[in-house]
Design a protein around this ligand. Sequence first.
Ligand code: BGC
Length: 909
Amino acid sequence: MRPKCFVCTLIFPGDNMRTHVYYMILFFLAVGRAGAQRVELLQCEQLTDPLGIDVRAPRLSWQIATSGPAQRREDIGGVKGLRQTAYEVLVASSPALLEAGKGDLWHSGKVASDQSRMILYKGVPLRSRITCYWKVRVWTSAGEMEWSAPAVWSMGLLEPTDWKAKWIGYEHGFPWDSVSKFSRLSARYFRKEFQAAKAVRRATVYIAGPGHYECSINGQRVSNQVLAEAPTDYTKSVKYNAFDVTKEIRPGANAIGVVLGNGRFFTMRPKYKPKKIKEFGFPRLLLQLEIEYNDGSRSSVVSDDNWKFTADGPIRSNNEYDGEEYDATRELKGWDRPGYADARWLHPEQVPSPGGRLTAQMNELIAVKKIVSPVSVLESRPGVYILDMGQNMAGWVQMKVKGQRGQRVVLRYGETLQKDGDIYTANLRDARVTDIYTLKGEGEEVWHPVFVFHGFRYVSIEGYPGKPAVADFEGQVVYDDIPTIGEFRCSDTLLNRIYRNAWWGIASNYKGMPMDCPQRNERMPWLGDRTTGALGESYLFGNENLYAKWLDDIEDSQKPDGSLPDVAPAYWNYYSDNMTWPGAYLTIAEMLYQQFGDRRPIERHYASMKKWLTYMSGKYLRDGILWKDKYGDWCVPPESPKLIHSKDSSRITDGALIATAYYYHFLELMSRWAGMLHRDDDHVTFAALAEKARSAFNRKFRTPDAGYSNNTVTANLLPLSFGMASDSERVFRQIVDKVVKDGDHISTGVIGTQWLMRGLTRFGRPDLAWRIATNTTYPSWGYMAERGATTIWELWNGDSADPAMNSHNHVMLLGDLLTWLYEDLAGIAPMEPGFRVIRMKPCFPEGLSSVEASYRSPYGLIVSRWKKEGGRLSWDITIPGNASAEVYLPGRPVEKIGAGSYHFEMDHL
Ligand code: BGC
């Protein structure tokens, strides 16, 4: 059938003739066959072609993409769009079988279903090590599609008995090490030679090397990952990684080499505050290389005490706070190749396992994700040069250097400069953040550290032979290997800068877990920093697997009585029992459900969440009020520029109010989830408890003449946002009055800011939200940007506050800003979990003339681009295949549309 298309202009008289609203809608009839569409982005457990997974019934997903302009809206009101009507999945044990259409592992048959995400594998039980080749075809409202290109996943080692390898290590320091507060522990180099007797069909290495490892075979790194494996509480859980090393194995002699670094395993501050800081011991290794030959036979190489090791190599010290020291004169040339003379190396000890369950890492590894070229290098005092990256970032610099054997280059990292031009380190507290490189003197040497990272914009360089040039350095930006899935740009350059700063802040703080900051002697996965932040971040980064892993970390850290910590993994032992920090456990599960359509985290963690709420209410509920709090509305703008925390009671919100409001909010969430999981008793019980909490809250904190408690924005915003206030208009008025009185400035801290932008907008004052977002005076995000910030500060007064707590790269003060940019300015929000149904509802504040945003949702790309020009508003949107949307325009009835691209125009109100 020939494609047909036509353009249609629909005119709707405005309800109010003054506004004379009309739309011009272009639409095309869908082409009659599905040629322009494809099934793509096949994923298994939300990963592309993962190796060595251990989910026995993995979930399979795909997207239905359309190419070119052919796929358009089919009709108005009927929400047909491009819908999947059926699918067929084939999973085979070889590419040939898959090609021949034989699903010996699973053939789903043709299943009438519109589900294209997270289809549960229901084939033959999957054994350890098996590789599964799969493809899918779908039927849609536009016809039958071709089979997808093949995808693959492989199973890891599912049974404990699959592991023949032994944990090896060495439970002592060496004379050049020092185990003290500022520990210096050298990296440990392990090696093993082996023979590959025949032609290799497949070889896979399974490795766990906590804290960090680098693995190579015959001198070749097995992957480009850095800082592997994912950090956990190793006494509860240890992750292993799997790599395909078929190409690295040669016939005859081979060698495998592993370097172990400290990471979080050999903690940065051992023997310092034993009650606070958790220690795991000396680094250790578990490795199993499995080789399958062409003739079907197998062999394996496993870590055991027949391996050799030394700690007398080039990495003399590695400490995430203090830096890495590398002495190139001590390089062990050829140590990870066959034939190296290791007679003087030691045999490792067999050591106990760290204790945790050994499972496959199901979140992405960390990688060098971006290269930054420095903008300048200037001499600050004789022999000391300051390198400016032009951007606060996390990672390291790679240096090129030529000089004499034994010369030492000292690199110190910092976020800002002192007045005299030297690097400012007071806000790093006792983190020394110094890398030292000793030259071997053999021509050009290229180096970067491997087991540490730094949060920095500036690097002070001392001892560099000659005069360093910008071209001798590059910044390597290191974070989890996840894609940036959202883009946002608008006509306001300041807001674009703030957005950019936020991107850098988030990227800096993803390191297999979300951390608070990347630079000072902290870098801890604080829960409260992400309670709502994780949601905003999910519009920029594909952070699904990272946060799913983090929920496991949180669960691992739960005490038997139900208490949850403020930091998880609980590297710092903080169990202060409050609602707002541990509450991230619940809000992030909800985020994963709403943003990615994944309800497994809720199912998996429901019991532990319930246990926590029960524990908290059992211990801290008095007369309906959850009185226990710890951090209050952390980091409100203080009254004096030097202060970290305000002492002015009119700025401080009552901790019991915050705790009880969140208690109510969580009970509501639990009640909704209980309904979803068919736990009917819980559903009713939680709802009843919530109602009780709401009444007690209003009795205690509602004042007759104004809003709640001492009338801070946070005190009013929480009950308003959680639906606890019966007279919401009046409560909202209090918030508006206060913001206006403050000259359109923010007065909230980490808690209130989580609800502020959405609250103002959804209760009718997007103009105020807009003014707050674009303020340049203190306190505001714009103030930070105007003062030269290239990330987001920990404190609103980060340019003047006490250095004791003044990171320049935190994300917690972002609150709900990013969510607001996407959901309210671009107007892209999920109405049904995973953006199955999308709410397209932008607001168009005065002063903003255009927005261009796109978001790669689980169903595909969503686009929203609007522009005000010459009194007209035009809006282009794209809805991906197998999704639909409700479109909201001011003064118009809601429209339901299906997949496709649309153009709307109207007179601008
Ligand atoms: C951290 C924060 C954290 C807070 C709570 C700070 O030191 O950097 O991000 O949430 O402590 O106490």
